[in-house]
Write a protein that binds this ligand. Structure first.
Ligand SMILES: NC(=O)c1ccc[n+]([C@@H]2O[C@H](COP(=O)([O-])OP(=O)(O)OC[C@H]3O[C@@H](n4cnc5c(N)ncnc54)[C@H](O)[C@@H]3O)[C@@H](O)[C@H]2O)c1
Ligand SMILES: O=C(O)[C@H](O)COP(=O)(O)O
Length: 526
């Protein structure tokens, strides 16, 4: 498989990819046109914040399966476009947060003490201490907008400077404010009015873009100082220039601009603005972390494994993922069984989790069931990323429910698949760590370990049936590994489940199906 590294990442990250025998092309200087011309060759691409991974890009990236973002922000990646194509997007949200927080603080200190200006002055051989007076942090109020990973690191660190820290973040719990010793502000306006310094740490979204603008500067303290080390435009650039010129904003530290690279922004002309060219994550440590982390994630994603930092999948921590791994396989197995046993179009999939699994994060297991269900009948790529969208587009209603009460099994996944005509049921459990069992198929109880090649048949519940099939398979040189027969409350027909060592040909299936008292013979590939 081929990976294109389209922006600079640490060599150690590239080494991880090479060690996994991937063909790695490091091409950091491709023009847009060149990139679009070569991208069809690649299974994965690694980018940072510069490459626009958008519709135009996806249309040319016919074989792409993974976009690795060596960093945090994914606003340069069209997530909807990736999801509908089943392209997994992974990033490294934890890997550069300390560097970004430290850079924020660096910008703040630099801007309020005129460090950059003073440096320029003295390097031009002028020893002049005039007009460089700064302000102290101690006793002042810092307003943090967005108390996530980086915002909280900044908040905690700035308290050691003797600052009072307040924050506005409507999407987090009160407990998180408490944990970081930060006073919660219900409204952005309140934060703006009370802050001596404001720093923004939200992602760039429709809601946050321009959230600090003319209106906010109108109510801000005269002489407020601001920092943006998150994404360009969260503090509106035109409004900031105006507020600086009007003396409302005394200084600004800016790492990110709406348009990057940028050497023409009016902010560059203002003495009390300190700018860096998007350097928040540019440290030895952060680049090592993001490079190596993204490389491992890309490898896992290409191997079809679940990745904890997949952006267009439910969020799972590594330990949560480890805990549900066997259930993911079980969910997929149950999903795969349906269309190999039944042909009716699916209208509704109901998944009931009972016992231990009911206390776990099951959203991804549900995606596994849907993946298994659709991949047996669709030619297009079906995976965890797009399984739910495929269900929605096919009008399949997906319902997940949980029962924590103890049943016959310590854990159980029941899948009820309804068509216009009937409901077909499947159930499975995990014994021990990862021993899967199919325990029910349409009301027939089993204890079958799923295997790559299986045979299922209905047989009249009378003597001689098993022998007939055994003989025919023997003649076809197919070895039977296991066999189970299950009856259902005195029903005329029993169900037979065989695991076999090799594929059963269409001819053999036809012969078996033609046996007296045998019907619905299906070869199942798992
Ligand atoms: N300059 C750099 O080099 C650099 C490096 C790393 C990250 N970043 C950027 O820093 C920002 C923060 O990253 P993070 O890892 O802390 O993200 P995060 O997801 O951990 O935290 C973001 C926080 O913003 C909050 N939020 C979202 N919308 C909001 C709104 N409308 N009002 C108030 N709060 C809102 C969320 O609830 C969340 O708590 C991102 O934009 C990221 O791209 C920049
Ligand atoms: O979102 C991020 O991780 C930072 O903005 C860093 O971006 P970069 O990888 O382009 O330096």
């Amino acid at each position: 498989m081929k990976v294109l590294v389209a922006e600079k990442i640490a060599q150690q990250g590239i080494d991880v990819l090479i060690a996994e025998n991937l063909q790695v092309d490091v091409k950091m200087d491709l023009s847009r046109e060149e990139l679009l011309n070569v991208i069809e060759e690649y299974d994965a691409i690694i980018v940072r914040s510069v490459t626009k991974v958008n519709e135009e890009f996806y249309k040319r990236a016919k074989n792409l399966r993974v976009v690795g973002r060596a960093g945090n922000g994914v606003d340069n990646i069209d997530m909807e476009g990736a999801t509908k194509r089943g392209i997994i997007v992974v990033n490294t949200p934890e890997a550069n947060t300390v560097s970004a927080a430290e850079h924020t603080i660096g910008l703040l200190l630099s801007s309020i003490r005129n460090i950059a200006q003073a440096n320029n002055r003295i390097k031009s051989r002028v020893w002049d201490r005039s007009n460089l007076k700064g302000v102290e942090l101690q006793g002042k109020t810092l307003g943090v907008v967005g108390l996530g990973r980086i915002g909280s690191l900044v908040a905690v660190r700035m308290q050691s400077f003797g600052m009072k820290v307040i924050a506005y973040d409507p999407y987090i719990t009160d407990a998180r404010f408490k944990k970081f010793g930060v006073e919660k502000k219900e409204k952005l306006e309140d934060l703006v009015q009370e802050s001596d310094f404001i720093t923004v740490h939200t992602p760039k979204t429709d809601e946050t873009f321009g959230m600090i603008g003319d209106e906010e500067f109108k109510v801000a303290k005269k002489g407020v100082r601001v920092v943006n080390c998150a994404r360009g435009g969260i503090i509106n650039e035109e409004a900031l220039v105006k507020a600086i010129k009007e003396g409302i904003v005394a200084s600004a530290g800016i790492d990110v601009l709406v348009n990057e690279p940028n050497t023409t922004s009016p902010l560059l002309d203002l003495d009390n603005v300190v700018l860096t060219p998007h350097l928040g994550a540019d440290t030895e440590e952060a680049q090592y972390n993001v490079g190596v982390t993204v490389a491992h994630e890309v490898v896992s994603a290409l191997e079809g494994d679940m990745v904890p930092n997949a952006v267009n999948l439910p969020t799972l921590h590594k330990n949560e993922l480890d805990a549900i791994k066997a259930y993911l396989r079980l969910g997929e197995t149950l999903g795969k069984l349906y269309h190999q046993l039944e042909k009716d179009p699916v209208e509704k999939v109901e998944i009931v989790y009972s016992g231990e699994i009911a206390n776990m994060e099951t959203t991804t297991v549900t995606l596994g069931v849907l993946k298994g269900l659709f991949e047996t009948i669709l030619k297009e790529r079906v995976n965890y990323v797009n399984a739910s969208l495929i269900a929605k587009n096919r009008g399949v209603d997906v319902v997940e429910s949980k029962e924590t009460s103890e049943g016959k099994y310590l854990n159980l996944i029941q899948v009820k698949i309804s068509s216009k005509y009937k409901t077909f049921t499947l159930a499975g459990t995990v014994f021990g760590k990862d021993d899967l069992r199919i325990v029910e198929v349409n009301g027939y109880e089993f204890d079958v370990a799923p295997s790559p090649c299986m045979l299922v048949a209905m047989n009249l519940d009378k003597p001689g049936m098993i022998g007939q099939i055994g003989t025919l398979l023997g003649v076809s040189k197919i070895n039977i590994a296991t066999m189970q027969v299950s009856r259902k409350n005195g029903a005329e027909w029993a169900m037979m489940f065989l695991t076999v060592d090799s594929e059963v040909s269409k001819e053999s299936l036809k012969l078996i199906g033609g046996l007296e008292g045998i019907s619905n013979v299906q070869f199942i590939r798992l």
